[in-house]
Structures are given as C-alpha cells and as structure tokens.
Design a protein around this ligand. Structure first.
Ligand code: PRX
Length: 653
C-alpha cells in the first residue's frame, strides 16, 4: 500500500492544523479571508454568486433587508437545473461521473450516471411533469428512497420552475399526508418500495395514505423493487412508462433569484411541521461555495454525504452542492450495517472515496460495533471527514479521527439547520484549527454572536444563545410556507428582528470566534440526527383512545443522542406491556419509525403550573436525575413524589 499522506499536524491546546500538503491543495488557505469578507459581506457574496453560478441576467440589487425579510440578488435570473447540469454538459465534464449509485443488495450492479446521463433523464422527466400539468410555481411532492430518481425528480422540478417538497421516505403515510396537504402538491413522485437491511419496504402503500384527500392528481411510481402494488387507474403512472416516450429536451425556465426553489418541512416546537422556504439564487450560492470550500472538493475527488435526500443535508450536499460544482458523488441506497457492519468502509475502499460526511449518531453506532470493522479496509483514500446534525462529543470525534481518518485527516464539524440552507459554522480544511467538540468559525461573509437572556453578548467561555446577524446569509430561509406569523415568532421575536434566533445553545471557545455548540434550547429533539418535536410525538400519542394526556421529553441515549420518552395518563385501560407496545406502534404509524419512543411511562398525574402548562423541564430532570429546581409554583407538587418513585429518581446528577 502506498504511504498515505498526512493532511493534518498537531496544533496547540489539543487542536489540529492543516499540514503543508493540505495547505498546498486546499482552495482556501489564508485566514485573512474572514476579515476581508466582513469588510463588505454583501459585496463578498455578490462576488461568490457571480463566480459560482451562471446567470441568465445579472441582478440589480445584491441585498435588501426589510425586517424580518431579506432578499438576495434581486432582479437576477437563473435556473438551478441549468447550473447543476447544462453548464457541465457543455464543458469537458459532459461524461464525468456525477453519481455512483450503490444498491443495498451486494449482488446488484451499481448505476453509474454521468452528467450527460443525468441531464438526459432530467430533461425527459421535466417533460413528463409538464405533460401531467405541472406549471411554474406548482408544488410537486417527492417521496422517494435513496435511488437516483430522487435527484432526477428534484432537478426536473427546478428545470420547469416547479417547487419540490421532498418527504423522507421513512416518514409514515400520515406524515406525508399532512405535508402534502399543507404544501398543496399537484403531483407526487414515489416508488413501489425499497430495501432496508435486506427486507422490502412497501412505500406505495404509505404513498396511497399520503395522497388521500389532497390536491394530488397524479402519482408517478418508480419501479425499484417489482413488488406487488395497487395502481389507481388514471391517477397512478409508472415512471418508466411515462419516460419511454418523453421528449429529450426541455428548455430550462428562466427563474428569478428570489423564486422559491423548494419547500422542506421540518419540526418546530408545535405538533405541526413547518414548510421552510428556500429561494433559488441565494440557496444555490451558499450551496456552491460551502460544498467547495468546507469539504475542499476538487474535480478528482469522490464525495460521499451519507444523509438521506429527504433531509436538508441530502438536499444541499447529496444533490445541489456537489452537482453545482461538477463533483462526483456516491449515493448509497441501504443500511450502514448490511450485510455486515463494514458496508460503509467497504464502499469507501472499493470506490476510493476521498471526502466523507456523516452524522455523529452513525459514528457512535460504529464505535459500538467495534474497531475491527473499519480496520478490515484500506481507508487511505480519505482526505477529509465531516460531521453534521448534532454536537459531537470528544470520544466520537477522536474515534472518527483515528479509526476512519487514520489520524491523518481533518474532521470538519459543520453546524447548520434546515433553515440556513447550507453550513454556517465550521473550520475550513486549509485553515483550521480542527478542535474536537468545537465546530469552528462562521463561514466567511457571515456574522454570528452568542447572547445571554437579556440580549447582551456573552464573554468567551460562557454559555448563551446563538444568533445570526445582518446581512443574513443568502441560503437562509425566506419564510414558513403559508405561515408568516410562525416565521416571525420562531426566528425574529426572541431578541426582536435584529437577530435571527437559532434555538441553539453555544459558547465561544476562543477570541477568534471558534464556537462550541451545546444543543437545542427548545422542545426540538435530535433523535439519531433526525429533527423531531416533542409536541409531534405527543399529538401522535393523543390520537390513541387509551391516552388522556401525555408529555414527551428527550432522554439521553448512547447511540442516538436522544430518544423521546413519553409520560402517559391512561383512560379506561389499565397500564400494561401490551398497551405500551400499542402506543409505540401508534407513534410509528403516525410519524414513522424514527420517532419511536424509547420508553413509555404510565403515570397518574403530570406536574403542571397553575395555568395548566405541563412542566416538561421537571420531567426531563427527573429522567436524567438532575436537581429539580423550584417546584413550589406547581399546582400539584404532590405529583412529584410519585414520579420520583416511578422513575427511580435519586437526584444525584
Ligand atoms: O441543534 C442544531 C443541530 O441540528 C439542528 C438543525 O437540525 P436540522 O434542521 O435537522 O438540520 C440538521 C442538518 C443541518 C441545529 O439547530 N446541529 C446541526 N449541526 C450541528 C448541530 N449541533 C451541533 N453541532 C453541529 N455540527
């Protein structure tokens, strides 16, 4: 084996720095970029937008801020699909591989799609959508597993100016239904089924539930599995049949920079997920540059972002970002441990992945499975590692660094949200430093701060609330679909409309602005990296006849980070293991398996304030053995003693 290159060297205070080799290779190596960008962030982003994207027409005004709304590249015209495909097809990248798709079954062939292949399919599917009556501005639901048709469908929407709304394929039919109703989709693109750990999941059955009572007129079904599905005449169509006669070219629509590119639903603090709106020009600009600089991707690289396309990470780093910069990426269909716990490492070895981006929850899972699995494989092709989705603890960071990166590669811990569209806080490979548990600095051209309750910036080392400052980065959300009130309340009310409120706790690690994230400060959980609100789980449980009232809190979990734990008061039916199972099933049915409660605890009473609000904080402290704080303001302090017995509270935490 060739001696692998060392991409990092040791720095002070337990940090790592880029090695000379990495500095030689990286796009960005001079830390002065931060200062320069902040001199005039609007001009900085304007330059990036010009250099990164092809515009049909240049914008008139780069930025506008009318609290709490902002716009970028006003008057500029472009098309997302043109930028992701056409311009590469017109260049030497025409036959460069865009996607290496790896099916879960080991005996099935990979699908290798060049930029030209993808271009052809997307053009055809754009014509299919047009034929089904989809017009500019219409919404199209996409409920697909990890097969290349998911990127094709997204890009085809972008090509014709339709707005896609992708729903994670492991969400239930009911979750899909709620989102399709809210977004008022006209067409749904789905599949017959998909593999998960060797088993067939019938997706079409869920899709049928999702379509009921919505405005969806047509359902396009990709035949992935060949399993038995019911097709509704006139409504349901096979993808391959529609594609057979589709025209080969569709001229990309000319879109305004501020036109909506997609709406992606995410969990907030209520039971109803919110449709996050992303605008074309700004989103693409941030996607382009964060993909290129954060992961230092060059033409010869092979990038693999393991996130499902149903989440924002999959949108930005599993579709738009890599395609915009003309990169080659891996797209893997299945489970990380199928058929064995080394599937991912085998893929890296077989294909020579150079940049690998995953979530801390996956890293913790692999840690538990044992070091022997990555050890079996040659991972020396890797140059850069990335993480996203939740804070990464020191052990997981070091394990990833050592066992996957061989102690040679930087770990880029990227902080961002569905709302921010692209990464906002992380170290850049050619600059560093790479600090275990510290994400890094704000991306060049962005401004953040950490405030205390009263809105005053906190000193280095002290905890507070992370906010973003004006000018707000171009990839950030433009609103919550059909709900401007919620947009204002969630993001622009805690400190007024001067700051974008992230709902994340954070502290500065040093004076240069390196930030350690400490987790959500609202009722949003991160379960195995997936975003979920306690209220959604409560709503699902409340739909069960046996539940009078319930409260859900997040409880720490070794692998998943957090799991929902439900405190339930029952009616009529006696608490039993059978009922517990029913309730867990209920959550799976309403939301999906990712929301499955780790525990159901039957109680007679829940701690409440005098105004009747359930004190989830107390329940959480009971669960985690923390001191309970002031309970004298409760309307029913006697409930606490009973709860202490039920959960075995010692108060020693
Ligand atoms: O709490 C932060 C956490 O994930 C939240 C956003 O979740 P979602 O919209 O699902 O997007 C996840 C992928 C971008 C944030 O509010 N989070 C994300 N990345 C990190 C993180 N927490 C700590 N460190 C990170 N690197």
């Amino acid at each position: 084996m060739k001696k692998p290159i060392k991409w990092v060297k040791k720095g002070p205070r337990g940090t790592f720095l880029p090695s000379d080799d990495l500095k030689k290779k990286a796009w960005v190596t001079n830390a002065s970029i931060y200062k320069k960008a902040l001199k005039n962030p609007v001009a900085f982003w304007g330059k990036l937008a010009r250099e990164g994207l092809d515009w049909f027409k240049k914008w008139k005004k780069t930025y506008e801020w009318k609290p709490p709304y902002f716009k970028w590249f006003i008057g500029g015209k472009l098309n997302a699909c043109y930028n992701a495909l056409d311009r590469h097809v017109e260049s030497w990248r025409r036959n460069k591989v865009a996607i290496i798709w790896i099916p879960e079954p080991v005996n099935e062939e990979c699908r290798i799609l060049t930029y030209y292949d993808l271009y052809r399919e997307v053009n055809k599917f754009a014509n299919v959508l047009k034929k089904l009556g989809v017009k500019k501005g219409d919404r199209v639901g996409i409920y697909l597993p990890m097969i290349p048709e998911v990127q094709m469908a997204m890009l085809a929407c972008a090509r014709i100016g339709a707005i896609h709304s992708v729903v994670f394929s492991a969400f239930s039919g009911q979750s899909l239904n709620q989102r399709m109703n809210d977004v008022e989709a006209k067409v749904l693109v789905t599949a017959d089924g998909y593999y998960r750990k060797g088993k067939t999941i019938n997706l079409k059955t869920n899709a049928d539930i999702g379509v009921k009572g919505t405005k969806i007129k047509h359902v396009v079904v990709v035949k992935r599995m060949g399993n038995d599905v019911k097709m509704v005449k006139g409504r349901d169509h096979w993808w391959h049949e529609l594609m057979k006669n589709a025209k080969l070219y569709y001229k990309p629509e000319i879109m305004n920079s501020e036109d909506t590119l997609f709406i992606l639903y995410t969990s907030g603090t209520t039971g109803k997920p919110k449709g996050i709106i992303h605008a074309t020009g700004g989103y693409l600009t941030q996607a382009y540059w964060t993909t290129k600089w954060d992961f230092d991707i060059h033409d010869e690289d092979l990038f693999w972002c393991t996130a499902d396309v149903g989440w924002i990470t999959g949108h930005t780093y599993g579709c738009y970002g890599p395609l915009l910069i003309g990169a080659t990426m891996i797209h893997y269909e299945g489970a990380p441990n199928y058929p064995e716990c080394d599937r991912w490492w085998e893929i890296i070895e077989n294909h020579g992945v150079t940049i690998f981006y995953t979530a801390p929850t996956a890293i913790r899972m692999f840690m538990q499975w044992g070091n022997e699995w990555p050890k079996k494989h040659d991972l020396s092709s890797i140059r850069i590692l990335g993480t996203v989705g939740e804070p990464i603890d020191n052990d997981a960071w070091m394990w990833y660094f050592k066992h996957i990166g061989g102690g040679r590669c930087p770990v880029i811990d990227t902080w961002w949200q569905t709302e921010t569209g692209g990464t906002l806080i992380n170290a850049l490979p050619g600059i560093g430093p790479f600090i275990p548990t510290v994400a890094g600095r704000g991306f060049p051209g962005t401004k953040n701060d950490i405030l205390d309750e009263s809105g005053k910036p906190v000193p280095v080392g002290e905890g507070g609330y992370l906010v973003m400052k004006n000018p707000f980065p171009p990839g950030m959300l433009r609103g919550v679909f059909k709900n401007p009130k919620r947009y204002k309340k969630t993001y622009w009310s805690v400190y007024g409309d001067k700051y974008y409120y992230t709902s994340d706790g954070a502290r500065f690690w040093d004076k240069t602005g390196n930030i350690r994230l400490t987790g959500r400060v609202d009722d949003v959980l991160k379960v195995a990296g997936h975003r979920l609100s306690t209220a959604e789980v409560e709503d699902a449980l409340n739909k069960h006849d046996a539940v009078i009232e319930c409260a859900v809190v997040g409880s720490p979990h070794k692998i998943k980070g957090e799991v929902p734990v439900a405190f339930v008061i029952t009616t009529g039916r006696k608490p039993s293991d059978v009922l517990k199972k029913e309730l867990v099933k209920q959550v799976e049915k309403v939301i999906g398996p990712t929301a499955r409660p780790g525990e159901i605890i039957f109680v007679e009473d829940l701690p409440k304030t005098r105004s009747g609000k359930i004190m989830r904080r107390i329940l959480k402290n009971l669960m985690t053995d923390q001191t309970l704080g002031n309970i004298t303001t409760l309307s029913n302090p006697e409930s606490i003693e009973k709860l202490k017995k039920i959960v075995g509270y010692k108060g020693s935490g």
